[in-house]
Structures are given as C-alpha cells and as structure tokens.
Design a protein around this ligand. Sequence first.
Ligand code: SAH
Ligand code: DHB
Ligand code: MG
Length: 220
Amino acid sequence: MSEPDAQALDELFTRVLHTEDDALRAARESAAAAGMPAIEVSAQHGKLLSLLATMTHAKRVLEIGTLAGYSTINLARGVGLDGRVVTLEYEPRHAEVARANFERAGVADRIEIIVGAALDTLPTLADRGEPFDMFFIDADKENNTAYVEWALKLGRPGSIIVVDNIARMGRVLNPADDDQQAKGVRAMFDMIGEHPRLEAAAIQTVGTKNWDGFAVALVT
Ligand code: SAH
Ligand code: DHB
Ligand code: MG
C-alpha cells in the first residue's frame, strides 16, 4: 500500500465533492497554456471562497490579483446573479486570458476587471460610494499591508477580508533578508494583530498547493 499523501487526498476531495466543473478546469488549464505560473488557488480553496461569499450574503466583492480568473469565477458564482466582482490585475495579458475564462464560465456580466497596479487603481474605487462586502487579497505580497488598509477604507463593519499565501512553506516565520514577499506577509500580520477594527484567524493548509494557507479577517 502506498503512503497517504496530502496532494492525493486533496484530489480525492475535489473528485468526490465535484468541486471543479468544466469551466473551472478550462480556466486552470488556460493559465498553463498561456505560459502563466500555476499559482491560482486550489479547487478546494476556490470553492471555500465561493461559499464564504454566499454564506456572508456578499453582493460586492473586490479581488486583488486576477491571474487567469480561477478564483474570480468562484467568487462570481458565490455572489449569485445579482452580485458583482471587481478584480484588479497588473498584467494586461492575464486580464485578457481571464476575460475569455469569464465568458466561458457564463459570469462575464458580473465581473469588472481593472488593469493596472492595484495601488494606482484602488483610489478610483473610493468614489463609487457603495462599500464592498468581501475582499480577496492575492497579488504582490509586498503590498499586503497596504491592501488590508484599502479594504478597511472600501469596506464596512461586517465586511470580510481573505488573504492568500500566509505561510509560503513556512518562510513567513523568519523571513530571509531578501525575501520581500515573506516580509510583506509578516508585516501584514503585525498590522492586523494591532488593528482595533480587525479580528482574524490564519489557517495553514497542505494539499495541491503544498504548505501555505490563508487568513480570514472580519472588519468590526
Ligand atoms: N487570485 C488568482 C491568483 C492571482 S496570482 C487565483 O487564485 O486564481 C497573482 C496575480 O497578481 C498575478 O496575475 C499578478 O500579475 C498580479 N499582480 C501582481 N502585482 C500586482 C499589482 N501590483 N497590482 C495588481 N495585480 C498584481
Ligand atoms: C505566488 C503567488 C500566489 O498568489 C500564490 O498563490 C502562490 C505563489 C508566488 O508569487 O510565488
Ligand atoms: Mg495566491
């Protein structure tokens, strides 16, 4: 008998729970075909994002970091027909691949992609009036603290913030001097821990994405 392994068990969950349909599978494969890195959320994490949106009755979601739109499709499904997802992406090529995936998944009319560096495009969202109910932060980890601060500005009491990649194979524990990403995650935790309006939990994960994790915070 072979040793159990976390990746195979993750794949079992996805198979028996029917987590990934054709549109999601196509979105995942499109990223590889376009030469983009395979750094989208796992199928289980994607479904959890969808469920969190549905469970919290989120109707307006802001995502930072689109890639090929795998997580975005999950969020769009979670908000339902009358919900909206705004997703911020730096690379025009990623946005283009994502748009095709949104069409194929039948959720393009619920999603707005804004191309540019998120710190440049976030201020344009402040004038829109209506707060966001949920945030998914999954872009350049160096700016995580700034992104959480933007979520506080663009959210409301009761909004939830999900942050991806909070363990990075454990590198966040003692970030190397030149590891700006791990340092960015670490600085964000210090900020969240001291913030009077944030309550948070950080969950480490294993599986198809190896040792990583995500944090969930509630704006109080
Ligand atoms: N959320 C996606 C994965 C995102 S990968 C999913 O799970 O399916 C991170 C993405 O953030 C990449 O596409 C990268 O181009 C983008 N990115 C990096 N720096 C950025 C910035 N400053 N502003 C906006 N997007 C950025
Ligand atoms: C990286 C970024 C991600 O958002 C992710 O989920 C995994 C890896 C990266 O930049 O290495
Ligand atoms: Mg990520």
